[in-house]
Design a protein around this ligand. Structure first.
Ligand SMILES: [Fe+2]
Ligand SMILES: [Fe+2]
Length: 474
């Protein structure tokens, strides 16, 4: 078991005090992080006491310590999963050789880029969710939002630790830049598209945590296979925290769907909007939007970058051990590609298709929650089925970018798209409607906003009407 130091300025299990130079560099970065948190973290709740879990070690008892905490006093720490003894590289050209504890010179720039790209998403999501507390549907949900936020902050710490400890001056500059970019800022945007999209209400927040945090899960799973062992150990621990984020999304949408079905039954015409709820066709449009945006995050279907990441051992597949051929030099992957206005199937060298292989696992994983939502709709007695659109729908990255596809994945004309996209993606009117439901916060313990059902249970054995955020402490 790795030993943990909690009494220093930066809690850690990496023996930070043995490297004074590194410790000093991180202690210099810390006030800038706190400043960023103050400016870009949850607005209006910094003095509240929030029932949060804090990781104080990576073992079973230590990683989820629950107590009331003021967010600026949250103990953001550096925690790496315990090392695997004699770990060897699990895939690619270097398969079977010992993993790296230091960054090989020839991979330095590529690895730094991978770490910065992952790191950039973490503060971005905090920025996107910054105002949501002011319209929370309950104290339970408010607490979950803040839990996600502080942990994304810790994930930023995890990546900054790697940059500081392994990439010298370049790494320190990148760590500063991670606090300087801003989600949605046209002059200094965050690196990836989805992380610049506005997330102005709770339906988007739940979709984001279900679909976009799940992209994060698969990127982390692929990085957890990395030959660069500190990256592997860091991402393995991040995955334990990530699970809660996706739980928030899955159960959040489930509760909106349940309430929608209840309200449909209350109305003589089944008109959910008339009853002040989110109707299922609107939920479908939000699903289409956030899913297609998140699917883009996996990158191009055919990618020489993905091939070289795999060849060199930097980034593997999710749960690489479950695959048979870890070298993947001779395999092919069958893919639907647009050619001359039609879709044809083509075999692509497997290494070049690694983004698509990862996307496959993501798509399958997304379906599981949708099945649960559909069961809730059926139990609610409503005849409607939510569907994940084709991965070709509404793409801005890769093979299908610049072309138009309907949700079934059929190639359509620009005119057909213009005529129908308002049935597939949220329109201005849809967005205005959803926003209009979510203008007032609910701060009374146990009370829920009208448009959402209560959760089945509370957090860590506490009842649903527990005071998860002491908001009147102001
Ligand atoms: Fe994260
Ligand atoms: Fe997350």
């Amino acid at each position: 078991m790795s030993s943990v130091v909690n009494d220093t300025r930066i809690p850690n299990n990496v023996d930070l005090s043995s490297d004074k130079k590194l410790q000093r560099a991180l202690e210099e970065w810390q006030p800038n992080f706190i400043k960023w948190w103050g400016a870009m973290g949850p607005e209006g709740f910094q003095q509240d006491e929030v029932f949060l879990r804090t990781a104080i070690s990576v073992d079973h008892e230590g990683w989820a310590n629950f107590d009331y905490v003021r967010m600026p006093e949250y103990r953001w720490g550096i925690f790496l999963a315990d090392p695997v003894a004699d770990r060897t590289i699990g895939f690619g050209d270097e398969m079977g050789k010992p993993v790296w504890q230091q960054v090989p010179g020839e991979h330095r720039n590529t690895l730094r880029r991978l770490i910065v790209t992952q790191g950039d998403t973490e503060p971005a999501s905090v920025e996107q969710q910054r105002l949501l507390g002011q319209t929370c549907p309950s104290l339970y949900d408010l607490r979950n939002l803040f839990q996600v936020n502080v942990e994304e902050g810790r994930h930023l710490w995890a990546m900054v630790y790697l940059l500081h400890s392994h990439f010298g001056r370049d790494g320190r500059e990148e760590a500063e830049a991670l606090l300087e970019r801003r989600s949605g800022d046209p002059d200094k945007p965050r690196i990836l598209g989805t992380f610049n999209e506005p997330c102005p209400e709770w339906l988007s927040f739940f979709m984001f945590t279900y679909f976009t945090d799940r992209d994060g899960k698969y990127q982390l799973l692929a990085l957890a296979e990395s030959a660069f062992d500190p990256l592997s150990r860091t991402t393995r621990f991040m995955l334990t925290e990530e699970a809660h984020h996706m739980f928030v999304g899955e159960t959040g949408i489930l509760r909106v769907v349940q309430r929608s079905a209840e309200l449909a039954k209350l109305d003589p015409n089944g008109d959910v909007r008339k009853q002040g709820g989110v109707d299922l066709p609107t939920i479908q449009k939000y699903l289409n939007y956030w899913y297609s945006s998140s699917v883009d995050l996996f990158g191009g279907e055919v990618s020489s970058n993905a091939a070289s990441f795999f060849a060199s051992g930097l980034k593997g597949r999710a749960k690489e051990a479950g695959h048979e051929d870890h070298v993947a030099l001779n395999g092919t992957y069958r893919m639907v590609t647009p050619e001359g206005g039609a879709l044809v199937e083509r075999d692509v060298a497997l290494r070049s298709a690694m983004n698509e292989v990862l996307r496959d696992e993501y798509v399958a994983d997304c379906q599981r929650g949708v099945d649960k939502w559909n069961r809730a709709i059926a139990e609610g007695g409503v005849d409607f089925e939510l569907k994940i659109p084709s991965r070709r729908f509404n793409r801005n990255v890769g093979l299908y970018a610049g072309m138009r596809f309907n949700p079934a994945g059929e190639l359509i004309t620009e005119e057909a798209w213009q005529a129908q996209s308002g049935q597939w993606l949220p329109t201005e009117a849809d967005r205005a409607y959803v926003l209009s439901l979510m203008t007032k916060p609910v701060y009374e313990p146990g009370k829920m906003a009208h448009w959402i059902a209560p959760p089945k249970q509370g957090i860590k054995g506490r009842p649903v009407d527990f005071e998860y955020v002491r908001h009147d402490a102001r």
